[in-house]
Design a protein around this ligand. Sequence first.
Ligand code: ATP
Ligand code: MG
Length: 176
Amino acid sequence: MRERGLVHIYCGNGKGKTTAAMGLALRALGQGQQVVVVQFLKNHATGEIKLLEQLDHIRIFRGKAGDHFTSSMTEEERKKTRKIHEKNFAHAQQLVVEGKCELLILDEILDAVAKEMFEEKMLLSFLENRPPFLEVVLTGREASPVIRECADYITRMEKERHPLDRGIVAREGIEY
Ligand code: ATP
Ligand code: MG
């Protein structure tokens, strides 16, 4: 087990944040480490998640209410989604406490916080009190200044081009 875990932020408007985080999950698994992933604002498994779910030493929690983007959610769906996020986060926290997680990936948590679908103070208090060995990855478009304060790595994926701008829609095995 590593002595000192650090905090990563993958942010920005370019492609590559979630795939970078999952690449790190593979790297840690390959070294025999235990990994936990919580995906916020998502209920469908993308290609890499389907594969990771078949492996040992990794636990993945995901979910939201309904199939709408946050902006089109009903108040009921927003409430349910917040509850699902809290429950999934609590499962992850439990595994951390039990010493069954060395790398924790909180995918899209920055967007969940920005859209008030997860409480920032819950994330901050977790980061402040985490066990020293735990490595944490946060992804999403933007991190608030207080969250940035907690990070050791901040990597920004900057969009120079994205094919959606030319009308090329999401492709299987690439975008999902
Ligand atoms: P990936 O999951 O491919 O690593 P990501 O996590 O960086 O991408 P998200 O912001 O989570 O990107 O968005 C998820 C999907 O939206 C991805 O399929 C990605 O290709 C696409 N996407 C990312 N950035 C943009 C953008 N600026 N314009 C349009 N689509 C985007
Ligand atoms: Mg993503």
